[in-house]
Ligand binder design. Structure first.
Ligand SMILES: Cc1cc2nc3c(=O)[nH]c(=O)nc-3n(C[C@H](O)[C@H](O)[C@H](O)COP(=O)(O)OP(=O)(O)OC[C@H]3O[C@@H](n4cnc5c(N)ncnc54)[C@H](O)[C@@H]3O)c2cc1C
Ligand code: FES
Length: 285
């Protein structure tokens, strides 16, 4: 029988935010913050699948969609990384330990982690796109024996903008992960790749007939990455992207996120490339 707390969580109206408390805030980069959120009502935290997002509500300021960037197997906290680009995201990055905020969700589709067993997996992240992909990376590394080759390509503009830097250094030591980091521009002390992340795609050596790619980053980067992977030999059905649109309700009611018959909030944010390839070719979809 479900406990009172579980029953309460199950009965939650998807439009009503739950009050969460910031347990920890980390400043990963200037203008960014990673928050660890915990429940204030004793009810269990919502379970989520890698790739899903929540709506974070700062009281008196507003609400924004933010991907979950933690380890989905850790039910003790929700981890979310936010970059300040406007009023609400700025307010989220200014929250301190002990502050409260509202949370709805999780919402949206997930990376196809259930379909990855036995396959090679290529993860391609650009900039902050590493945050929505990180739960899938945890998934792969926590069950490493289930997959073939795992390749992570990560690109940022400059070395100072590398997100989760210490974790990347830890991952770099693993022999069962091919990790390549590139920057668009570098000073002389940078010893990694220079150039956009899509330039690394031809270097990938995976079983193309049995590989899946997960891609997240700025839209132009995803467009070139998906096209590059397809040119290399991956089928469109094996390439997955995470799309961003303005959102209000996040449950398919308001139409804010709609584009050409798809609702980014419920048909996405994670979508298969063949569903959006034509739309991505247009400048504004
Ligand atoms: C499914 C989904 C997942 C997301 N995950 C994350 C996440 O994990 N971390 C995170 O920081 N953000 C994430 N975002 C983006 C985040 O929702 C926006 O940055 C936020 O809504 C901006 O709201 P604002 O009020 O701060 O700024 P606004 O006032 O709405 O915008 C300020 C300015 O920033 C521009 N802008 C808006 N969004 C972005 C963007 N994504 N990138 C660059 N410029 C932008 C606007 O065009 C405008 O010029 C996600 C969005 C979606 C749809
Ligand atoms: S955000 Fe309202 S329909 Fe998608």
């Amino acid at each position: 029988m479900a406990s009172v707390a579980e029953a309460t969580a199950a009965a939650v109206d998807p439009m009503v935010p739950r009050i969460m408390r910031v347990q920890k805030r980390t400043r990963d980069l200037p203008g960014h913050a990673t928050l660890e959120l915990v429940s204030t009502d004793g009810a269990p935290l919502p379970r989520y699948a890698p790739g899903q997002f929540t709506m974070l509500y700062v009281f008196g300021v507003g609400e924004i969609p933010v991907s979950i960037s933690g380890d989905a197997s850790d039910g003790s906290k929700l981890v979310q990384t936010v970059r300040s680009v406007g009023a609400v995201s700025e307010a989220v990055t200014q929250l301190n330990r002990g502050d409260m905020l509202g949370l709805r969700g999780p919402f949206g589709t997930a990376w196809p982690t259930d379909e990855l067993a036995g396959r090679d997996v290529v993860v391609i992240a650009g900039g902050l796109g590493l945050a929505p992909l990180r739960p899938s990376i945890y998934h792969l590394l926590n069950r490493r024996g289930q997959f073939g080759k795992v390749v992570l390509l990560y690109g940022t503009r400059r070395p100072e903008e590398i997100l989760y830097r210490r974790q990347i250094e830890t991952w770099r030591k693993r022999l069962d992960l091919q990790l390549e980091v590139t920057v668009d521009h570098a000073e002389t002390d940078w010893r990694g790749h220079v150039g956009v992340v899509t330039k690394l795609i031809p270097r990938i050596s995976v079983d193309l007939a049995n590989a899946t790619a997960l891609v997240c980053g700025p839209e132009v980067m995803m467009r070139f990455a998906a096209a590059g992977l397809h040119d290399l030999g991956l089928s469109e059905q094996s390439i997955w992207l995470s799309i961003e649109r303005n959102m209000k309700c996040a449950i398919g009611l308001c139409g804010h996120c709609q584009f050409s018959g798809l609702f980014a909030c419920k048909d996405g944010a994670v979508v298969r490339y063949d569903r959006v390839r034509r739309l991505m070719a247009m400048r504004e979809i």
